[in-house]
Design a protein around this ligand. Structure first.
Ligand SMILES: Cc1cc2nc3c(=O)[nH]c(=O)nc-3n(C[C@H](O)[C@H](O)[C@H](O)COP(=O)(O)O)c2cc1C
Length: 246
């Protein structure tokens, strides 16, 4: 089973998104999947220019010369896509959106009715498969993921993939620091790994495992207070550095 993971955090493996993505992928590998990770920060992917060249003039191929030429066949051949992205202004990051838009050569231009709704059929050579989302956000509440979830579930229907579920980590600004300080949050990392094993072995992830990935790190008021203290400290330190430089 081939898994293609795309991490669109500009912080790559030093970021909060990778805190959950990496154990998830480890679990998938443990269960026997062949896993490849791409980082959008290392890729040159231009925005779609909306000319429908890839549908009508060179079917299945975009005319733009960039790294998408290598990403497209990997997407076409993967059984599971793992899309990893922090929440940026209530959605996926810009580079992730560019990659998704540039994915339209994977489907045909034709409309077909599935469940009474217009959809595109998959192009020959594009495997049917699943999509799992891994996301991290700075705010405390789970509902910060709602717009992104709605978007990716709709995109799956649009492009004929199965939405397999999401590993969502709110209060995400705290997770790395808490792990480094030795806070008792090991079960979150174990659950991320377990979710990876489950998806490969059983084809689905248990709601209980996913709930553990998202479980509360600290009460809302405490999170707000700690976050604001951190921001104030960073601003004060920066002011000191600038004052010394004058
Ligand atoms: C441009 C930008 C927009 C953001 N927008 C949101 C947002 O709408 N909601 C939210 O909860 N967090 C938001 N965040 C916070 C990030 O989701 C959070 O810092 C996350 O942990 C970053 O993940 P990373 O370390 O993997 O890059 C935003 C961060 C940036 C830089």
């Amino acid at each position: 089973m081939k898994v293609l993971a795309i991490n669109s955090s500009p912080n790559m493996d030093q970021g909060n998104t990778a805190e959950i993505l990496n154990p998830f992928l480890e679990g998938m590998e443990e269960a026997g999947a062949e896993v490849e990770v791409l980082y959008t920060r290392k890729l040159n992917i231009k925005p779609c220019l909306g000319e429908f060249h890839c549908w009508l003039k060179t079917p299945g191929k975009c005319f733009q010369k960039d790294d998408m030429a290598e990403v497209l066949p990997k997407l076409a051949q993967a059984d599971i896509w793992v899309l990893a992205t922090p929440v940026y202004v209530d959605g996926v990051t810009g580079p992730m959106k560019k990659l998704l838009d540039r994915g339209i050569p994977l489907v045909e231009p034709f409309f077909e009715l599935r469940d009474g709704h217009c959809r595109h059929p998959r192009r020959e050579g594009t495997k049917s498969g699943k999509l799992a989302l891994v996301s991290n956000c700075g705010f405390w509440e789970m509902d910060n993921f709602d717009p992104m979830l709605a978007h990716l579930k709709a995109a799956c229907k649009n492009m004929d993939r199965e939405f397999a579920g999401a590993l969502l980590r709110p209060q995400g600004g705290a997770i790395r620091a808490m792990r480094e300080m030795g806070a008792p949050i090991g079960e979150i990392y174990e659950a991320a790994k377990e979710a990876g094993r489950q998806l490969v072995k059983e084809g689905k992830m248990s709601p209980k495992t996913l709930e553990t990935v998202s479980r509360e790190l600290m009460p809302l008021e405490m999170y707000v207070q700690i976050a604001n203290q951190g921001f104030q400290q960073a601003l004060d330190q920066n002011q000191e550095v600038q004052a010394k430089a004058v």
